[in-house]
Write a protein that binds this ligand. Structure first.
Ligand code: SF4
Length: 223
């Protein structure tokens, strides 16, 4: 786990506790998505992004809450090769700003093998949910839409599935986007209105987390 690298003092701060809470929520999302994918696979329906796709990042800059920016800032600052004590250097070391990059997001790297995201482990909520989450209609009905870049897997006729169709064909529903969005808002309701584009939020988050880490040196015997 990348968040095990600092001593307990950091995790006792408000920022540290919020990062840990967000980490738990992100793990819950991964488990719910994996369970949905596995249940579908047991019925012979293989749901997966096309290899090396990354199209969901094209022309897209995620909006993030302050706690998501803090989470990414901590990820950047805690990576050994980039731990310079200078937040701006850590950000520059990770960001890619090639002119022909189809994404405005500073962390999208179309040349990167595997995931095109250079902060994949720390990516924001919206990036995690894309392709493997359900939404609710105005009447409160759950619906799952296959990403337009995802081929229709054998065994599935529709590309838009109601909850009834999901339960009938797959036997499970993917995590509901709205309920996880609410869980994130509940981490720090006082900053719920401060959702900003990632590139705008990150510089202040880096300064905030770097400052907190500065006053929380590693504790040699911390768990
Ligand atoms: S944070 Fe990562 S997954 Fe999200 S838009 Fe940027 S490159 Fe894509």
């Amino acid at each position: 786990m990348w968040h095990g690298q600092h001593g307990r003092a950091f995790w006792d701060t408000a920022a540290g506790r919020q990062i840990l809470t967000l980490d738990l929520i992100f793990r819950k999302i991964s488990e719910a998505q994996q369970s949905f994918i596995n249940t579908a696979a047991q019925r012979g329906i293989h749901l997966a992004c096309p290899p090396g796709c990354g199209s969901c990042c094209h022309g897209f800059m995620p909006d993030v809450l302050p706690v998501e920016a803090d989470y990414i800032a901590y990820f950047l600052l805690s990576h050994e090769a980039h731990t310079t004590g200078e937040p701006v250097l850590a950000y520059d070391a990770f960001s890619v700003r090639a002119e022909d990059n189809p994404s405005p997001c500073p962390f999208h790297d179309p040349e990167r093998p595997g995931h095109n995201c250079r902060i994949y482990e720390a990516r924001p909520l919206v990036c995690r949910l894309f392709g493997f989450s359900s939404t609710q209609t105005k009447t409160g009905r759950t619906v799952y839409r296959l990403c337009r870049h995802m081929p229709t897997p054998p065994g599935l006729r529709e590309r838009i599935l109601s909850e009834e169709a999901l339960l009938q064909r797959i036997g499970a529903t993917p995590p509901l986007m709205g309920s996880f969005a609410m869980e994130l808002l509940a981490i720090d309701p006082s900053r719920a209105s401060e959702r900003r584009p990632l590139s705008e939020s990150l510089p202040s988050a880096l300064a905030r987390i770097a400052g907190t880490l500065h006053y929380c040196p590693d504790e040699p015997n911390a768990a």
